[in-house]
Design a protein around this ligand. Structure first.
Ligand code: C5P
Length: 301
């Protein structure tokens, strides 16, 4: 087989540096305002078009990754065939590094990257708008990964907006330390628990816009308001997390927050020599089974 027929794609993780869930929508989803950034760290996905066959093949050696039709990659393939009107089947080889149930967008990113690759392998039958619409149907934060750069997310997460160039510069290459405890959080559970708090955990949308707007006008990374109100329900259930984040944040120049619906969290830091101490604190609190990763924000398109 010609190597050019295989696309090897980076499927980045993301974190929401700012995530304000502002209320429940009529369609059952939540309205949000978020600042999301892609990370250098991520999965790799190899994709090729099958010459024969009538089913997609998904290969992934990592235990726990679903290989059936519940996997968003296979859902993306089915949706792609229907939207593009092509009778094409694909072989996907996933090198899964992003933990699942982490709020790092791993599954969503895989689906978006798969869509981009299938479209390319079939001669681009879908234009950008059609791809974005299809991607948004697969998951609220999937469209972010079609062009992963720092972006504002609105609506249920599928409406993307560029941020000013000086804000991109303020975020560029910033190091982050990610960690995920051995337990996971299911996104529907986190949103459901927020809804069941009777509205007291929602952030007023004009307050959220004012906070983020002020930062975008004067974007200094160290002054970025780290906001995530999905922390409230998650922290009520997993008491170790707020205790640990508070402890980590006591170290000079360190700020921490949960990513998306959790359970992964991230630490921003100024002085790289603090990283070993942070890792030791995290391991002490969460045990050796904790997953830890040094990475940084990217702005690659
Ligand atoms: O869009 P996605 O399939 O990733 O969402 C998973 C679940 O998270 C939804 O079914 C919904 O329960 C919740 N959700 C939400 N509001 C959002 C995004 C997700 O309530 N904006």
């Amino acid at each position: 087989m010609n190597q050019a027929d295989i696309l090897n794609m980076h499927s980045p993780a993301k974190v929401n540096l700012f995530l304000a869930v502002t209320g429940l929508r009529a369609d059952g989803f939540h309205e949000l305002l978020s600042l999301a950034v892609p990370l250098a760290f991520g999965d790799r996905l190899g994709i090729r078009r099958l010459a024969t066959g009538s089913a997609d093949v998904l290969v992934c050696p990592t235990a726990g990754v679903p290989l059936d039709n519940s996997n968003l990659i296979l859902k993306a393939a089915e949706a792609f065939r229907a939207a593009a009107g092509v009778e094409a089947f694909f072989h996907f080889e996933l090198d899964k590094r992003i933990p699942m149930g982490a709020g790092l967008g791993g599954g969503s990113g895989n689906a978006a990257v798969a869509l981009l690759a299938m479209n390319r392998l079939c001669g681009e039958p879908l234009k950008a708008a059609a791809l974005a619409e299809l991607c948004g149907r697969l998951g609220s934060d999937c469209p972010f990964f079609l062009q992963p750069r720092p972006r504002l997310m609105r609506g249920r997460g599928e409406l993307l907006e560029a941020i000013p160039e000086n804000a991109c510069v303020a975020l560029k290459q910033r190091p982050l330390l990610l960690f995920k405890p051995s337990f996971s959080v299911a996104t529907p559970w986190a949103y459901g628990a927020l809804r069941e708090s009777g509205g007291r955990d929602y952030i007023d949308s004009s307050t959220a816009s004012a906070m983020l707007g002020a930062w975008l006008r004067n974007p200094d990374f160290d002054c970025l308001p780290l906001v995530n109100n999905l922390q409230q329900p998650v922290f009520r259930k997993y008491l170790a997390l707020p205790v640990l984040l508070e402890r980590l944040g006591r170290r000079p120049g360190v700020r921490c927050m949960m990513s998306g619906s959790g359970s992964a969290c991230f630490c921003c830091y100024k002085d790289p020599t603090v990283v070993d101490d942070l890792k030791a604190d995290i391991r002490e609190a969460l045990g050796e089974s904790v997953w830890i990763m040094d990475t940084n924000i990217t702005d690659d398109a």
